[in-house]
Design a protein around this ligand. Structure first.
Ligand SMILES: [Zn+2]
Length: 386
């Protein structure tokens, strides 16, 4: 059997950015889809966009036209024949029973049901490496006895953490990290000026979606960075300053959550009647969106703090480079000036390290008291500068 590269990729697949190999693979797979695929690659490499595109191609009567109702719903992860499982807390849990939403049992129980609309079903597992052992066993059973006309799409940024039993049931598609030039080039092609695109890309750690959102929104692009820098300046006023700095970042995070809540509300509007209630055919969609929004909002403050610390780290790195006469091509905060004269190269390096460490702590453990981590960080940085 020879694998033939399709002369023309389906329109939805063609739109998957920067991943020619994965796109060609998916386009070939459409003719006779395997029952499970693993989309493996780091955050921001485009796995989720590719998953949506592939789902659209699987569900569209035209094989992925990108225009029809099926395509639009699938691209928005709202197609009734799509089911998505993702961690509702830190892990994907096994769940009490089939009625326990967003758990492995809930997901698996739906695998053998007739889909709401004629055609295939697409069952998606996001952040699959966060599946608990008992939950993995439940998923494995479904993967071992795949229901007909169902395609499983399993996504993971850390495929090595997936149980081997699950991984070996899937055909693996690699998504290498997107290059900075690709991300910047994409944003420039979308009409952004290059300097802004590069700043957004570096602040977003190379994640295209995040960079695009940042770049599109002045407030977003500057809010967490400004808050971070205000906090950094406050931190130099002794221990009271450190407490105030932590406080202002926490307040920034709360604001961010509020703005996000407003933004998410507008996503529900197309499915509501004039009295603000879900229209009958969209009940399920609305419930799923609401659940998604709740999870998104629960993560929002942490996300803001991560962004703020990321830009603070970028700033500290900038200072460290500047005081040691380093390569300015690496400087991240391209629109900021540096040089307050209080840093030795080694102290500047340590301050940068302290920020990265705080970021890692907060990313690893969602139960940590964020305020305390921040206070400690700012005390340390101010002691280093003194
Ligand atoms: Zn279509």
């Amino acid at each position: 059997m020879t694998a033939v590269v399709p002369a023309e990729l389906p329109p939805v697949i063609k739109d998957v950015p920067g991943q020619e190999h994965a796109a060609a693979f998916l386009a070939r797979a459409l003719a006779r889809p395997h029952h499970a695929y693993l989309f493996a690659g780091p955050e921001g490499s485009g796995k989720r966009l590719a998953m949506r595109a592939f789902a659209a191609a699987l569900l569209c009567p035209e094989g992925g036209c990108g225009q029809c109702r099926s395509c639009r719903l699938a691209l928005g992860e709202r197609h009734p024949n799509m089911l998505i499982l993702e961690p509702s807390g830190p892990d994907i849990l096994v769940g009490k029973d089939a009625a326990d939403p967003n758990t492995a049992r809930w997901f698996a129980s739906r695998a053998y049901l007739t889909p709401p609309e004629p055609g295939r079903k697409v069952m998606v597992v996001l952040q699959a490496d966060r599946v608990r052992v008992e939950a993995a066993d439940v998923l494995l059973k479904v993967l071992e006895e795949p229901p007909t006309d169902t395609v499983f799409l399993v996504l993971s940024a850390r495929p090595d953490d997936l149980p081997d039993t699950v991984r070996s049931r899937c055909q693996e598609i690699g998504f290498p990290a997107l290059s900075e030039d690709f991300v910047v080039g994409t944003l420039v092609a979308e009409g952004l000026d290059e300097r802004r695109a590069r700043l957004a890309c570096r602040l977003a750690g190379g994640n295209l979606g995040r960079a695009r959102r940042l770049a599109a929104d002045d407030r977003q692009l500057s809010a967490f960075r400004d808050d971070a820098l205000v906090a950094a300046a406050q931190a130099f006023q002794g221990s009271a300053g450190a407490v105030a700095a932590a406080e202002s970042l926490m307040a920034g995070a709360k604001d961010f959550r509020g703005r996000l809540a407003e933004e998410l509300k507008t996503e529900l509007e197309p499915f509501l009647d004039e009295r603000g209630r879900p229209e009958e055919p969209f009940r399920g969609v609305v419930r799923r969106l609401e659940e998604q929004h709740e999870r998104r909002l629960r993560r929002a403050e942490r996300e803001f703090l991560d962004w703020a610390l990321l830009s603070l780290a970028a700033y500290r790195r900038h200072v460290a480079l500047a005081v040691s006469g380093g390569d300015t091509a690496l400087i991240i905060n391209l629109d900021l000036d540096v040089g307050d004269g209080r840093w030795t190269p080694s102290a500047a390096d340590q301050a940068w390290g302290a920020v990265e460490e705080a970021r890692a702590y907060l990313a690893d453990d969602t139960n940590l008291n964020a305020r305390l981590v921040l206070e400690k960080l700012f005390l340390r940085v101010s002691a280093l500068a003194a």
